[in-house]
Design a binder for this molecule. Structure first.
Ligand code: AVJ
Length: 343
């Protein structure tokens, strides 16, 4: 006998999910590999870490004793969410790279308690995570609308729906640090274009500190970050038919004092040539050659303010944790900056 599908629960009306991923996005891995592995200094952008296994390894990183940013940011949110709710009066929370939205609940709680919360707009490439968290959150917050946007926030910020009341755009976790300085400011400008006069940006940034503390956070004793780093090679093997041997590469994490960023690299343990079958591309590695897989910029107050200013934004308030490890910055459009264009 055939199993019957239960009727759609009425509650689902509170959820709307739109996908903006296209073939072009699948091509982006191939383009990035073709670009990045044919240069003298090889490089693969960090967004390709996050397949299912990579996302799981990142969740494990967040639990590591050495990896303080997640805990520090959560502490700030727990201490300050009420104040943020008061300062913003937000009806809507747009979250870029929402993932499992675990820290988000702290903010949603505060907005809900303040009585202003109406809609949550998670923006993430992983459809299953957006769907799961949409149904959890509409259960947890009766009356909440969730408008999920499945998209790459680096390319499709314009797909964020028009605001439904005062909005906070949250970009948490310090992921802004993955952008090199020029594109970081360009990206902040794109975020600024999502903000009207009553809206705010809530930006998480890791702060400059003792290089030993930083390097330990990206090279943990259990080797979880090393696994996470090498996972990008599995992605290339699976998605592009490459034949990387993971054991041929060593995990490297160094704090670049001049640029004030952590660099993760994969260092070839021996000279060898791999083949990326789908691109018909041989890739030669010399012994000790390093391929960059991530930069994670660390910030000073001045660096944050400079970036805000370059993006037409201004500081409202900055919050840090009790150890001064991490910062959450609340910002808004600068008074004389042009208004939100079409929304
Ligand atoms: C998710 C980009 C914020 O840069 O700290 C963690 C990623 N890389 N350990 C970071 C990451 C290595 C993380 N972000």
């Amino acid at each position: 006998m055939e199993a019957q599908t239960p009727p759609e629960p009425v509650l689902e009306a509170a959820i709307r999910i739109e996908s903006h991923l296209e073939d072009a996005d699948e091509r982006s891995l191939a383009d990035d590999v073709l670009d990045g592995l044919t240069r003298p200094f090889k490089e693969i952008p960090p967004k390709h870490f996050y397949d299912a296994r990579g996302a799981e390894l990142f969740d494990r990183i967040c639990e590591l004793p050495e990896y303080y940013p997640t805990r520090a940011e959560r502490e700030i949110l727990e201490q300050r969410a009420q104040e943020i709710a008061q300062l913003t009066g937000a009806a809507e929370l747009v979250e870029l790279g929402s993932g499992t939205a675990s820290k988000t609940r702290v903010l949603l709680d505060a907005l809900n308690a303040a009585g202003t919360l109406r809609r949550y707009v998670p923006v993430d490439v992983t459809e299953s995570m957006v769907r799961e968290c949409a149904s959890e959150l509409t259960d947890e917050y009766p009356g909440l609308y969730v408008h999920g946007v499945i998209a790459d926030f680096e390319r499709h910020l314009d797909r964020v729906p028009p605001a439904a009341g005062a909005r906070i755009v949250a970009f948490l976790g310090g992921t802004i640090g993955n952008f090199p300085p020029g594109s970081r400011r360009r990206f902040l400008r794109e975020i600024a274009a999502l903000l009207g006069r009553d809206d705010h940006l809530l930006l998480g940034t890791d702060l400059v500190k003792d290089p030993a503390v930083l390097e330990a956070a990206y090279d943990d004793a259990q080797g979880v970050t090393a696994e996470f780093n090498r996972n990008v090679l599995r992605v290339l093997n699976r998605e592009l038919g490459a034949d990387f041997e993971l054991d041929d590469f060593e995990h490297v994490a160094v704090f670049d004092r001049e640029h004030e960023w952590i660099e993760m690299r994969l260092r070839a343990r021996r000279a060898h040539t791999t083949h990326v079958r789908d691109l018909d591309l041989p890739v030669r590695f010399e012994e000790g050659e390093e391929m960059r897989t991530e930069i994670s910029a660390k910030f000073t107050d001045a660096r944050i303010d400079g970036d805000l200013s370059a993006a037409g934004l201004e500081l409202v308030q900055r919050f840090t944790d009790s150890d001064g490890l991490f910062a959450l910055t609340l910002a808004r459009r600068r008074a004389n900056a042009p208004a939100r264009s079409s929304q």
